[in-house]
Every structure is written in C-alpha cells, then in structure tokens.
Design a protein around this ligand. Structure first.
Ligand SMILES: NC(=O)c1ccc[n+]([C@@H]2O[C@H](COP(=O)([O-])OP(=O)(O)OC[C@H]3O[C@@H](n4cnc5c(N)ncnc54)[C@H](OP(=O)(O)O)[C@@H]3O)[C@@H](O)[C@H]2O)c1
Length: 369
C-alpha cells in the first residue's frame, strides 16, 4: 500500500498530461488519468499503472466523479472554445472535495488581463479563479511557445526542406522552446512538493534562445538534410492551418494562433528566457531542441524521404495555395468572442512588463549559452 496521495491529471492523453502522468507513476504516485476517450494512448497509460477515467471536462458531474478521493491535481485546460468553463468546472468540483489540497495549473507566458486573444484572457481569469479557493494552494506553470509547435511542420520540412512559419525575419525573434516532457517535469516537481511550490509561478524553457534560422538548422541536422526557414505571411499561415489542420485545433483555436504568431514576431517569447526552472523545479537539465527533434524524427517514419512522401508533401503545399484564407474576424464575430476596446499585446502592457522583467538568472543563462 502506498501512502502517497492520489493525483488527478486532466487532459492526460495530451502533450503535457501524458508525460506528467508517466513521470508521476515512475515516482510511485497513484494517478487517475482523465481522458476524453479510450484509445491507444489511454491503453498505454493504463499499462503504465494509471487509473483511467473517461469523461468530459466541460461537465461538472464528470469532474466531481473524477475528483473523488484525490487530494492534488494537474489542471490542464484543453485549447478549445470556452476555456474558462474548464476552470470553473474544475474549481466547482474541487471545492466539494474534502481534503483537496493542491493544484498545478497550466497557464500561458502571455497571460494578461487585456490581451487581444480571448483564450489568453480566459487563462488569466482562470489563474485568478483558481487562487480564490481558500481550501487549496496553487502553482502555475506558464510556458511560452512549445518546441512541439515547430514539429507540426516536420513532415513538410523532411520532404521539401523548408520550415515555413510566420515568425518574422529568420535571424531576429527568438524563443527557448521547452519540450513537453520538461514542462511535465516542472508540473510534477510542484505536484509532489506543494509546501515548496505553493503560490509560485514557473516558466519552463529550453536551455537556449534560438532564432527561426537556428530552429531550421536543428531540424535539418536531425533529418540529415538541409532545411531553410521561410517567413510566411499571416494569410498563408491561416491558409495552411485551414488546409492541413493540426490535431486538436478547432476553427476557434486557429483564430488565436494568428495572435500568438504576432506575439512571436514582437519578441514576447524571448523575454526572460531561458530560465532554470526545469532544473531547479523539474530536477533535470532542460532538453536541447536538437534532441527533441531527433526523438520526434526517430518516432515518425513518415519523416523519412521517399518519392511518394515527397509527392504527398507537394500535394499538401498545393492544397494550401488553393485554400481560401479563413476570415478570422468573421469567425470571432460568429462565435460571439468578446472584443476589448483597447487590447494590449504584452510588450505594450506595462503591468505584464513589470511582472515579466528579465531576471538575474535569465540574463546569466543567456550569457552562458
Ligand atoms: N502549445 C503552446 O505553445 C502553448 C503555450 C502555452 C500554453 N499552452 C497551453 O497548453 C494547454 C493545452 O495543453 P496541452 O498542449 O498539454 O494539451 P493538448 O495536447 O491540447 O491536450 C488536450 C487534451 O484534452 C482532451 N480534451 C479536449 N477537450 C476535452 C473535453 N471536453 N473533455 C475531456 N478531454 C478533452 C483532448 O483529447 P483528445 O486528444 O482525445 O481529443 C486532449 O488529449 C492550453 O491551455 C494552452 O493554453 C500551450
């Protein structure tokens, strides 16, 4: 019998939920893994020792059942419409659990009150909502642009030798991309030691700032071919997202990705990066982007060059060219997205800038890199 508290992991089949579940199990914690459906991912989690709970995170009845008997949880709201609803459901259910003590919540580096992205404003409000509950303590994990985002276009880079993303000039705006496993390690560190991490906010990053050209070179090295970064327009980006939608991205989420790309071009993800929290909270050195890509390439046979795959990638490219760009303003209007009179990107937001100034650690790590 274990005396360790049972931990609920929401979005357990997702990018950060899955490694969070596996790392907790490795450390001997019993885990209830909240998934949307039974499939090969839930089977893998079950084989590793997780208790599988199938439910809908929008449904308070499901969340109440998922929370029964747990004392800590990873709250990871999916990137989906009505994100605030996920947090309201989570808080309502947590408030009823006797002995519920600690939550680690996945937020965003951009989280701010007046952000142009409705999703991001909802993340900001979720942070406030979670911290209003007196019966539990909260740790917030606020990553920036995940390493995984670049891997969405890995197949095209493998077959056509191009990394096409709307990130601005290839040598200018930088990011220190964290792996999903490293974000999970920080989450796990905070879940297993609430006394140390309650009330804290952490931003996991990779070990070094990289430009889009650096990212393309690292992808090329992992693939064993030359890959060149191409800055594409916002319109082309939206066409690509519509023609070849990434898994789990609704039409509503696509409208927000446009805003996140604008933040990237404005340099928001370079601020205060890299950090040392993967090491200090997660207990392991952060993974180099090169190693993240090598692992992805090794696990994805479709990245190996072949004539058929090359033709398929070319077909996708032609499909993108032929696709009409979605009208994001019309989508937001149709979905009744709340608009602000004076939205602020984070670089224009004095409150955000005050709270996210470069630290002594980030400056030292940047110099050492
Ligand atoms: N990507 C970035 O660069 C970035 C940066 C900062 C913060 N974030 C934050 O990351 C969070 C997403 O985390 P993630 O990437 O780890 O998650 P993810 O990979 O998108 O996974 C979300 C999971 O939730 C499941 N799901 C969706 N709707 C559900 C519902 N109604 N009920 C139950 N399950 C549901 C999905 O199931 P299926 O897979 O079965 O569909 C999926 O497995 C967002 O809150 C976002 O703000 C992302």
């Amino acid at each position: 019998m274990t005396s360790r508290p049972k931990i609920l992991v929401t979005s357990a089949a997702g990018k950060t939920g899955l490694p969070t579940t596996l790392q907790l199990l490795e450390k001997g914690y019993p885990v209830r893994a909240f998934v949307r459906r039974r499939d090969h991912r839930s089977e893998a989690l079950k084989r590793s020792g997780a208790e599988i709970f199938v439910g809908n995170q929008y449904a308070v009845t499901d969340m109440r059942a998922a929370m029964a008997g747990v004392r800590r949880a990873y709250h990871c709201a999916p990137t989906a419409p009505n994100g605030l609803h996920f947090s309201a459901v989570f808080c309502a259910a947590a408030a009823e659990v006797v002995g519920f003590e600690h939550v680690v919540s996945l937020g965003q580096w951009l989280s701010s009150a007046d952000h142009p992205s409705l999703f991001t404003r909802e993340v900001y409000l979720s942070d406030l909502l979670l911290r209003m509950r007196p019966e539990m303590t909260v740790t917030t994990v606020n990553p920036g642009w995940f390493a995984d985002n670049y891997l969405m276009v890995l197949d095209m880079a493998a077959q056509l030798g191009v990394l096409a993303m709307p990130l601005g000039d290839g040598s200018v705006q930088k990011n220190a991309p964290p792996s999903n496993g490293d974000i999970a390690s920080v989450t796990v560190g905070a879940l297993i030691d609430p006394d140390k991490h309650a009330g804290r906010t952490y931003r996991p990053t990779g070990p070094a700032l990289m430009s889009p050209d650096d990212i393309a070179t690292a992808i090329g090295d992992a693939l064993g071919r030359r890959v060149t970064y191409r800055d594409i327009s916002e319109r082309m980006f939206l066409k690509a997202l519509k023609a070849v939608p990434p898994p789990n991205f609704s039409e509503a989420a696509v409208t927000q990705l446009r805003i996140y790309a604008e933040e990237y071009r404005r340099g928001a993800f370079a601020v205060n990066a890299p950090t040392d929290v993967v090491l200090t909270v997660g207990g392991r050195p952060p993974e180099r982007f090169e190693d993240i890509v090598r692992r992805a390439v090794a696990s994805r046979p479709e990245t190996r060059p072949s004539l058929a795959r090359g033709m398929k990638a070319l077909g996708s490219f032609l499909k993108i060219l032929a696709t009409r760009a979605p009208d994001t303003a019309a989508i937001e209007a149709e979905k009744d997205y709340v608009q602000l009179g004076r939205p602020l990107y984070v670089g224009d937001d004095s409150e955000w800038r005050r709270d996210h100034e470069p630290t002594v650690t980030s400056t030292a790590l940047r110099k050492a890199a």
